[in-house]
Design a protein around this ligand. Sequence first.
Ligand SMILES: Cc1ncc(COP(=O)(O)O)c(C=O)c1O
Length: 363
Amino acid sequence: MTVRFSSKLDALPHYEGGMDLERARRTYEASDVIKLASNESPWGPHPKVLEAVTKAAASANRYPDQYAALLRRRLADRFEVEPGGIAVSNGSCEILLAASLALCEPGAELVYAWPSFSMYPQLAPLSGAREIRVPLNDRYEHDLEAMLTEITVATQLVIVCNPNNPTGTALPAAEIEAFLERVPDHVTVILDEAYIEMQTLDDPDTTVDLLPKFPNLVLLRTFSKVYGLAGLRCGYALGSAKFRAAVDAVRQPFSVNLLSQAAGAEAILHADDVAERVERTIIERVEVEEEVRGMGLETPDSQTNFSWIDLGDRDEAEVVEGLGRAGVIVRAGTPLGGPGHIRVSYGTPAENLRFVETLRGLL
Ligand SMILES: Cc1ncc(COP(=O)(O)O)c(C=O)c1O
């Protein structure tokens, strides 16, 4: 007898994250490696967050609060919404997976833009839905008009990644609102806002104000990016109580561990720290964009902590390999849906300088 697995595994694309430092050292035989490949923050957690996590660790013999009451209450206070409509999760990825399971089934349709976050292609094979990918426009932005035309009676879920990963582009909240006005009520729209704090088009809370008007809207956010907590896996969704109940129903009861809950509950109190991190990110963004454009390469205006760089007629694999051999790890564009590009996350000023100088040397 041979062990048999579910046939959906055959359709499931492999999710390949950015190379970790150890693997990069081995792959490129480089000792001094910097990772600019996963849109992480180069700055560690706020000291108060570390304190809260350390304190929580002493109770690790106990299961975490199944309902994450403190974290959800703090989020509710911060965003002035009802805690009942807040789902917290083991990274925001968990909500994407749970939402696809809770909302979709064979015959359902799922619409998202492409290239966009490389997790989305997992959702249709897992849930049985049929996915419809809508190409970005020539400014690397979501083509909301084209997405609307793909919505049918079978559409269950639409994902809009704003700002978009991997292109770094963002649409203003007013355009998102105009889009939501035209989306039928039966469709859930997840606005994936993993990088929302870093965009400068609108106050990041603008979309929160859309929630009462659109019961089918879910804002998906994370502590992984601007808060510097990617390793702890904590994300959240602001939406309706029905959405929260649906995603809770399809996942394990204690998915957000004790340390993540403590970290998120503390981190959300430090808005001043977030503002400072955003300022530092913007300084690095301007620097990297200027340098890259100075080399004659095109890169759309980023509203995030990374740049999407068009390599023109240069060979993508050679550039990625050349950077890697010099100890600079970036993401190749092809697996992210954009052949001929690289995606580079901003690190510290010294790391960014090293990226820029190495790239210039290669070109
Ligand atoms: C657009 C987008 N959404 C969601 C995530 C997932 O973040 P996490 O699961 O760490 O919260 C990422 C991570 O890179 C992302 O780029």
